[in-house]
Design a protein around this ligand. Structure first.
Ligand code: ATP
Ligand code: MG
Ligand code: MG
Ligand code: MG
Length: 565
């Protein structure tokens, strides 16, 4: 690629709305451009990286025996009604109507569509097992899209679904997929961990997540120092904490705050630091009274957090929409901002405000929240980590530490959840109907790009692992505008590299060395070769690895170049 013909748009300024380094660097390098909240255009530069990630995922899925297909992004409501998820998915699902007023969604996942396909096409045990996958755009109307492509609303996922005659065969394929995922993340050149996970909305029995380790990760992982236990704290079965904590108050407390109409006022009255809260909504309580809900978290309060929070971070508050609805018996649509007649009810005192805390997003359209893991300020995260550090592991070996991770993959044993509800039946050897077992296996293809940058960057920009770099080698001619000889030598080297199959770019934009090298560092090309008059006189080229501090001289020939990169 000649950069003079490539649309490269880099900037020095750090974009104000980008909170974490990968988002900042993707914008500064010009890899993505924001269209609206959680919607991004992948520029030619960004797309080169995305496609390389995708290729590795595809190669390993094919090698593991899965078959690629492509399903529609838009899905009819009927399928989701069959599985019971049309209501369960709530506001995460983007819904729409066609001209006949039939209901559809933009698929957040594809269990229903694939189960429908298989129940039409697969009749006999001879056609199983089968593992079908796609690499396709999903839409989830995330509570709080942020971090660029890491928590986008539209994103690229690899999703695979397998079907089996029995649970033992499902286990075999699950292990096969687990091994394929390990190969994928090793090839990507990322530091990752496999942890026990909570199956969440997708359902099923066993599930594990693949996490790229990074301090900006939204998930906390409890990992034992012996390496024998690792779990997302959402799923961790941890023993009672060893450290002393004040017992939560068990009395039902009703806190009346008449006249308080703002979230700040309420925080003051309850001694909740204002920065720990976001928006509020007032909802109808079970008794019909309006109740103020404070926003804190977008996922369900889990036992370990509930247990530990009062001691280390009280009165942080959490809940998700399902908790709120359960608590108040509220049906779909009945939550939302109304009036400002405020009363706060807490079942267990202020700390347990957590159990029913939520909020509305800016346009008040539906509930929103923040993910606690990310927003807990570092000193409190450290407190929590220290509090946990002494705890033995659940498996009796070693002690636990808490690390942060970015969920880049998730594998599930679904069992018969979808095959049963959607009446998928297959004939066994004796001609009897059986309901197949099912597994599903997701990878956040676009999230991996951000996750890789979180792990691989320095003050000057991105340091791509070779496997997913947009270009492997960048050739930088010095003062080419003044020297025909430099122009010719750089052009010849570029052509020779292309012929040798190197993923090479030539920076022929005529920039001064400073800005040219700054761009090379920012976009993170792993290998750089400088062609200049002095080197040409001496028969050398200047080679520098992106990760190295200094450049070295190498002989001006192709063998030396291929050896260096
Ligand atoms: P998260 O906990 O981060 O919301 P999830 O558990 O909801 O993710 P899954 O349903 O397991 O996601 O989907 C499979 C994979 O898709 C995830 O492991 C993740 O890598 C990716 N993914 C999920 N949501 C998003 C998103 N909003 N933006 C980018 N990638 C996503
Ligand atoms: Mg999610
Ligand atoms: Mg998750
Ligand atoms: Mg998941």
């Amino acid at each position: 690629m000649r950069l003079s013909r490539f649309s490269l748009h880099t900037t020095k300024e750090t974009p104000a709305d980008a909170e974490i380094v990968s988002h900042q660097l993707m914008l500064r390098a010009g890899m993505i451009r924001r269209l609206a909240a959680g919607l991004y255009t992948w520029t030619p530069l960004g797309l080169r990286v995305l496609r390389r990630v995708e290729a590795i995922v595809r190669e390993e899925m094919n090698a593991a025996g899965a078959l690629e297909l492509l399903m529609p992004a838009v899905q009819p409501a009927e399928l989701w009604q069959e599985s019971g998820r049309w209501d369960a998915m709530g506001p995460l699902m983007l819904r729409m109507q066609d001209r006949h007023e039939r209901e559809y969604c933009f698929g957040p996942t594809h269990e229903e569509v694939i189960t429908d396909l298989v129940r039409r096409d697969v009749r006999s045990y001879r056609q199983l097992p089968i593992n079908l996958y796609q690499i396709q755009t999903k839409f989830r109307d995330e509570i709080r899209p942020r971090f660029g492509v890491m928590r986008a609303r539209e994103f690229l996922m690899k999703d695979a679904y397998s079907f089996h005659m029995d649970a033992a065969d499902l286990q075999r394929e699950y292990d096969n997929m687990r091994a394929a995922y390990c190969r994928i993340f090793e090839r990507l050149g990322l530091e990752y961990r496999v942890v026990a996970a909570d199956p969440g909305d997708i359902g099923g029995s066993k599930s594990e997540e693949f996490h790229v380790l990074a301090n900006s990760g939204e998930d906390e992982l409890a990992v034992s120092d012996t390496g024998s236990y690792a779990a997302n704290v959402e799923a961790a079965a941890l023993p009672a904490p060893a450290v002393e904590r004040p017992a939560p108050q068990s009395e039902r407390a009703v806190v009346d705050t008449p006249g308080i109409t703002t979230i700040d006022g309420l925080c003051q009255a309850l001694s909740i630091p204002a920065e720990k809260t976001m928006k509020s909504v007032v909802v109808d309580g079970a008794d019909g009274d309006p109740v103020l809900l404070l926003l804190r978290g977008d996922h369900q309060l889990n036992p370990i957090k509930a247990e530990r929070l009062p001691a280390v971070a009280a009165p942080l508050a959490f809940a998700d929409e399902a908790v709120i609805r359960r608590h108040f018996g509220a049906g779909p649509g009945s939550l939302g901002p109304v009036g400002a007649d405020v009363r706060v009810i807490a079942d267990h005192g202020v700390a347990a405000l957590a159990d029913f805390v939520t909020g509305a997003n800016e346009d008040g359209r539906h509930l929103t929240g923040v993910n606690w893991g990310r927003d807990l300020p570092e000193p409190e995260f450290a407190d929590l980590r220290n509090a946990m550090a002494g705890d033995p592991s659940p498996d009796g070996q070693g002690t636990l530490t808490l690390v942060r991770g970015i969920e880049v993959g998730h594998i599930f044993q679904l069992g018969r959840k979808y095959s049963e509800s959607m009446q998928l039946k297959v004939l066994d050897e004796d001609g009897r109907d059986i309901t197949p077992e099912m597994g599903c296996y997701g990878i956040g293809v676009s999230r991996i790009v951000g996750g890789a940058i979180e792990q691989c960057h320095d003050d000057n920009g991105i340091l791509w692992p070779d496997a997913i770099a947009p270009f492997t080698l960048l050739i930088c001619p010095i003062k080419a505008d003044k020297s025909q000889r430099v122009r010719d030598a750089a052009g010849a080297l570029y052509e020779a590299c292309r012929s040798a199959g190197v993923n090479v770019a030539l920076d022929d934009r005529g920039l001064r060395p400073g800005p040219m090298f700054a761009d090379a560092d920012l976009i993170g090309v792993p290998h750089r070769i400088v062609v200049g008059e002095r080197g040409l006189d001496a028969g050398t080229l200047e080679y520098k690895a992106r990760s190295a501090d200094n450049a070295t001289e190498i002989p001006h020939d192709m063998d030396a170049v291929l050896k260096a990169i």
